[in-house]
Write a protein that binds this ligand. Structure first.
Ligand SMILES: [Zn+2]
Length: 369
């Protein structure tokens, strides 16, 4: 299905005198050449022209309950975290391309696969047919004993054959110029401290119940902390509760964050209070599907976390109730699946940022604190 909403561009937040000057200069040149009898097509790429060279862009792309999160640094270097699902005539690759177009980039510097589940790694074969990728990053070996995960891992390894690949470990850095990106978790292991972040006792651990560790790929997820000046973004893939607790108890090495990608699409197998409360996000975005995740319990935990200003959702969680869904203006796709509206975050080094809902074109600003 074509992703029609991408044809609607988000209002140009960076409309500037510079852009108008560029447009004017191009038109003037075309006019001059026309006088000389030279035919030149004039095409001003509004999206490229709109990219402000000092901001970090983060696109929370709708892949209908999977993950695809695109970060574009001011230098134009990019990190795509996960690639959505296989199939659907390349729907998820097309949606990633639409976000790339909005950001004014034509290739992806690095693709990070958080874990080998189909809603994260499944989109790689379609993506590499369409987009040049500099390097693939993942946690190493598929640890899950299931046919579907073996199949998707094999398809991934085949698709990236001959391309640069790096296996990540906790504490590693992901080199994206302009961003400070630390690997917090990978293959079931985690960091005990993060350079530049004070380790603090976590008071929320005392009341934390014990949770059973599952044998799937979820607890193997690569989790990252991205810092851009005073702004911070946390993405833990589908990390499940026992590993969330191991990461932040008894001491929290992450500190607080501005933007939290709600872990595991808002499943209640993840998002335990000891992590959500401790990281104290200002804004959370849930990459749930219309009929996937967005559990009432996880929604409530995030909604109640201290300091939270807003909780955005990619979809209305249709299996949930009105009391556990965000207001419609904070939902990208309130009426079922298929539309592919996304959230675009523009972050600045002073810690301020904005969130735009591509469906409504509305932008909300979160001022520097
Ligand atoms: Zn998932």
């Amino acid at each position: 299905m074509r992703s029609a909403p991408y044809d609607r561009s988000i209002p140009l937040i960076h409309t500037s005198a510079t852009r108008h000057a560029t447009v004017f200069a191009a038109l003037l040149m075309a006019f001059a050449l026309a006088l000389l009898g030279v035919a030149v097509p004039v095409r001003i790429d509004a999206q490229t022209a709109s990219r402000n060279q000092s901001n970090l862009l983060i696109y929370i792309i709708d892949v209908e309950g999977g993950q695809a999160t695109l970060l574009v640094s001011p230098s134009g270097s990019s990190l795509l975290v996960d690639t959505g699902w296989p199939g659907n005539d390349g729907r998820d690759a097309q949606r990633i391309q639409a976000a790339m177009k909005d950001a004014g980039i034509s290739k992806i510097s690095k693709v990070l696969i958080t874990h080998f589940h189909t809603d994260h790694v499944g989109g790689v074969p379609e993506l590499v047919k369409r987009v040049e990728v500099g390097e693939f990053l993942d946690h190493g070996i598929n640890r899950e004993d299931s046919d579907i995960t073996r199949k998707d891992t094999a398809a991934y390894l085949k698709a990236i054959q001959g391309k640069p690949r790096r296996v990540l470990h906790p504490g590693d850095r992901i080199e994206i110029p302009g961003l400070n990106t630390t690997v917090l978790t990978a293959d079931g292991e985690h960091v005990h401290s993060v350079a530049g972040t004070k380790l603090v006792p976590n008071p929320y651990c005392a009341t934390e119940p014990k949770w059973e560790l599952d044998g799937t790929e979820n607890p193997r997820s690569v989790g990252i902390l991205v810092r851009f000046g005073a702004f911070s973004f946390l993405d833990l893939g589908d990390l499940t509760k026992p590993k969330e607790i191991a990461l932040v108890c008894p001491n929290n090495p992450i500190g607080t964050v501005d933007l939290y990608l709600v872990t595991h699409h808002g499943f209640n197998l993840s998002n335990t209070r000891s992590i959500v409360d401790a990281i104290h996000p200002r804004v959370a975005i849930m990459d749930n599907g219309a009929h996937k995740a967005g559990s009432p319990e996880a929604w409530q935990t995030v909604h109640e976390s201290p300091g939270l200003e807003d909780l955005y959702m990619l979809h209305t969680a249709e299996g949930s109730d009105a009391a556990h869904n965000s207001p419609e203006a904070m939902i990208a796709n309130p009426k079922g699946g298929g539309d592919g509206a996304y959230f675009k975050v523009i972050a600045r080094t002073d810690g301020s940022f904005s969130v735009t809902n591509s469906r409504t074109g509305q932008t909300k600003n979160y001022a520097h604190q």
